[in-house]
Design a protein around this ligand. Structure first.
Ligand code: ADE
Ligand code: ZN
Ligand code: ZN
Length: 269
């Protein structure tokens, strides 16, 4: 009996194991929000850069697919900022300048650089759309010496998994199934919302995610291991996830507009 429980436990842990990113649906939704807020010039440039049949939305999960073969890309999906660290300088938490913030900055610059080849700029676009998304997953930016919750066993909806994975996938999926959420996420932002959401830069945006890790992902975590999480924990996560997905989409649009359309600023985008 105990052995059976252990095996089920191990299988459950493995099912949640990759702990890499918002699930593919989250990345695609973020890209869809961004697409709605990209200027015409940006859309035309994106169509030119991507192969026929691919879209900003279809390539959004791509960076997770190549992660196993391209091991150097693994640190670009996250930054482990201790949950108790005060808002401020993120550089101490970005070893060798290899973390999600430098990745977002580097790929935005490469996308904008018309001296680079089309293939190089296409790859920059694929990475940028993905990493701006991951930057908004709270546990990709907050850490309690547990690899952003990857090392914290939990049982969620009766399934053994880990804390990081439930934020990547089932909590997000539940958020998106709630009444009105998709419509709110996909509605067009007015200039006030767009301006407020996109003010600053990735080095400032990371602290929104970091704060959410402390206030929602870790704060409500019961002490037992595995932590048995229930509806109350999920209820607290939903609005945080909704807000982070919205910010990710608008900020991705702003980064694409800045990189590819010098005239975008004049139109408030
Ligand atoms: N690997 C180590 N830390 C991680 C994090 N915070 N998110 C995703 N993968 C990780
Ligand atoms: Zn990722
Ligand atoms: Zn993840």
């Amino acid at each position: 009996m105990l052995k059976r429980v252990m095996i089920l436990w191990a299988v459950g842990l493995m099912a949640g194991a990759p702990g890499w990113s918002w699930g593919p649906d989250g990345h695609r939704l973020i890209a869809e929000i961004a697409w709605k807020h990209a200027t015409e010039a940006v859309r035309a440039e994106v169509v030119k850069l991507l192969p026929e049949g691919e879209t900003l939305i279809s390539v959004a999960p791509w960076a997770d697919e190549v992660r196993p073969q391209r091991r150097e890309t693994a640190p670009w999906h996250y930054i482990n900022i201790p949950v108790e660290a005060p808002r401020g300088d993120w550089r101490p938490y970005c070893p060798n300048d290899e973390c999600i913030i430098t990745a977002v900055q580097r790929f935005a610059a490469r996308l904008a650089d018309r001296q680079l080849s089309a293939a190089e700029r296409e790859e920059a676009l694929r990475f940028l759309v993905h990493f701006v998304g991951d930057l908004h997953q709270p546990l990709h930016c907050g850490d309690r010496r547990d690899r952003g919750g990857n090392d914290v066993p939990v049982v969620f909806r009766g399934r053994p998994t880990n804390l990081h994975s439930i934020w990547d996938t089932p909590l997000l999926a539940e958020t998106l199934q709630r009444e009105g959420v998709r419509d709110r996420l996909l509605r067009e932002a007015g200039p006030d919302e767009f301006g407020l959401a996109t003010a600053g830069d990735p080095g400032q945006w990371v602290w929104d995610s970091h704060r959410a890790s402390g206030e929602a992902a870790y704060a409500a975590l019961p002490p037992e291991r595995p932590a048995l999480l229930d509806g109350e924990y999920a209820e607290r996560a939903y609005p945080v996830i909704e807000q982070q997905i919205r910010l990710a989409g608008l900020r991705l649009a702003a980064m694409l507009n800045r990189a590819l359309d010098p005239a975008a600023r004049k139109s408030g985008r």
